[in-house]
Design a protein around this ligand. Structure first.
Ligand code: PPS
Length: 297
């Protein structure tokens, strides 16, 4: 399914016509979750693939065999993409691991009453914007990003594919007080203490690991291991869909790369939009000391 120039507008949000159809999006909203399901939720470029790898490794108790032989999209398919039903139908593995970029206001009703375990991954939106910008250059199913400045404006307006980062983060993290089966893990926490993050996720999944198993998970989901793993670095995807001469999916894997892209003016504008859009959001994000100092005094 190429449909590289098709955009599917669904409930006011643009999705790439490559892999998304009106039917696949509609089906996702009525998905019959099982209580044993594990759902990874994120806005794009927030650490989705990393969490897919963390979970695969936790479930295999640190054994990398599956992660090194089965592509991430077949281990943890995107619920809203057209091949999801086929992937889930072909496997009888429990628990099922499913991924989604859908916002809570669309997917929330399908999860109502379900005990499926939901892991929400967030990331500093400035780093998300930078990562997404570079991804737009290589992903031929996404529009040409134009200049970084133009792209950043679209990010802040919420008009990019997959919608608004602000709505996404507010929508899902706003459920933390009431949804017992929801865990929020920031990318920065994984970056600062991957070992601790893996233990936190494994305990949430009620799959406790011994120290050696945790260490194996850490080893196989490090940036360098994943960068070399064809099953997660997207080099299996053909050139006309992802142009690998224009960038790499596993690009830098760093916290704070935004400082290499934002001008002071862009940073100030970003901060003002952030402040107004995140008003009323009580969640404290710990992104990075440098960022905190720079932007919050
Ligand atoms: S997508 O397209 O939405 O599935 O992208 P996603 O996986 O959410 O985000 C891709 C970014 O995550 C980085 N990444 C990692 N960083 C550190 N360690 C590990 N193991 C890791 N795996 C993926 C990846 O490099 C992208 O970030 P940038 O900043 O572009 O490097």
């Amino acid at each position: 399914m190429a449909r590289l120039d098709v955009i599917e507008m669904f409930h006011g949000i643009d999705f790439p016509g490559h892999l998304h159809t009106q039917d696949s999006l509609q089906l996702a909203l009525k998905f019959p979750f099982q209580d044993t399901d594990i759902l990874i939720v994120s806005y794009p470029k927030s650490g989705t693939t990393w969490m897919q790898e963390v979970i695969s490794l936790i479930l295999s108790r640190g054994d990398p065999h599956l992660s090194q032989t089965v592509p991430n999209w077949a281990r943890a398919p995107w619920l809203e993409q057209h091949y999801c039903a086929a992937v889930l139908g072909a496997s009888s593995t429990t628990p099922r691991v499913i991924t989604t970029h859908l916002p809570h206001h669309l997917l929330g009703p399908a999860l109502q009453g379900s005990k499926a375990k939901v892991i929400y991954v967030s990331r500093n939106p400035k780093d998300v914007a930078v990562s997404f910008y570079h991804f737009h250059k290589m992903a031929n199913f996404l529009p040409d990003p134009g200049s970084f400045s133009e792209f950043l404006n679209q990010f802040l307006e919420g008009t990019l594919n997959y919608g608004s980062w602000f709505d996404h983060v507010k929508g899902w993290t706003g459920q933390l007080a009431t949804m017992k089966n929801l865990l929020h893990i920031p990318y920065e926490e994984m970056s600062l203490d991957l070992h601790g993050a893996i233990k936190k996720v494994s305990s949430f999944l009620q799959c406790s690991l011994v120290e050696d198993e945790v260490n194996n998970c850490v080893k196989h989901c490090s940036f360098s291991s994943m960068k070399d793993n064809k099953m997660v670095n997207y080099t299996l995807i053909e050139e006309k869909i992802m142009d690998h001469s224009k960038g790499t999916f596993m690009r830098k894997g760093k916290v704070g790369d935004w400082t290499n892209h934002f001008t002071e003016e862009q940073n100030q504008y970003f901060e003002s939009v952030f402040k107004s859009k995140m008003q009323g959001c009580t969640l404290e994000f710990v992104w990075e000391e440098r960022d905190k100092e720079k932007t919050h005094g």
